[in-house]
Design a protein around this ligand. Structure first.
Ligand SMILES: [Zn+2]
Length: 244
């Protein structure tokens, strides 16, 4: 028996299959990450070929069978596309990094509506506002880590339990945040200076009075990437940030 499903999703990945088909990975509102085959999507007469492109938000109808790993798409229609992002190399780079995070770290067929909505929202902001794409990406990264269960918190020292209110703050991937005193005697993977601490706090709020220097934002995103490399040893960093 096969079941018919209808949902909306963001196109994360696209791989050619056979002569004219494509296998697409989506992050959907209803089913989380799914992989599905669209037959004939690359044939010149196909209407869905262009629709099933990176970053597009589409509505799909697909058939699933328990005996099959890959589902079959029967219909696809375009809901949102991000023209500005696709024509701006800087925006495109960070938008690809967003979907790379999802493709790499979200769980197959696990519904996560907040993550879905948050991702569509950040892509819309990248497309429609003049905000620095790197800033939006850094904010998204903080949100993403929290949503997948790896929230980075600096509220209290992982060793002595004291509340942390000021920098410098040490960070050890194994244990967590360390106060100024405890960080002296522990191996550290990262140090939050006062500026980085202020920035990190501001990223989690709507505060816009903080100095969003590119240099500091890049320091933070590199730290988040390293953290994921520590928790997932086979992960070697975000390709989108290396190649563009
Ligand atoms: Zn301490």
């Amino acid at each position: 028996m096969s079941e018919i499903h209808k949902c909306e999703g963001i196109v994360l990945k696209k791989v050619n299959y056979g002569d004219s088909s494509v296998i697409i990975t989506f992050f959907t509102d209803e089913f989380g990450k799914i992989t599905a085959l669209k037959k004939g999507a690359r044939s010149p007469r196909s209407k869905t070929g262009n629709i099933l492109d990176y970053l597009n938000v589409v509505q799909i109808v697909f058939y699933s069978k328990q005996t099959r790993d890959v589902q079959l798409i029967s219909q696809a229609s375009l809901l949102k596309h991000f023209t500005v992002i696709k024509n701006d190399l800087e925006k495109y780079k960070y938008a690809l990094a967003v979907i790379e995070l999802l493709e790499r770290f979200s769980v197959e067929e696990e519904k996560h509506e907040r993550l879905y909505k948050g991702t569509v929202r950040i892509l819309e902001l990248m497309d429609k506002t003049a905000s620095l794409p790197l800033l939006l990406f850094t904010k998204y990264f903080v949100f993403f880590l929290k949503e997948i269960g790896y929230e980075i918190t600096l509220a209290e020292c992982a060793k002595c339990g004291a509340p942390i209110t000021k920098a410098p703050i040490g960070y050890n991937f194994e244990t967590g945040a360390l106060c100024e005193k405890c960080m002296q005697s522990q191996p550290l993977d990262f140090i939050f200076t006062q500026e980085l601490y202020e920035l990190f706090k501001a990223l989690r709020t709507k505060d816009s009075s903080v100095d969003y220097s590119e240099f500091r934002l890049k320091k933070l995103t590199a730290f988040f990437e390293k953290f994921l490399m520590y928790t997932h040893t086979e992960f070697k960093g975000l390709r989108s940030l290396k190649f563009y």
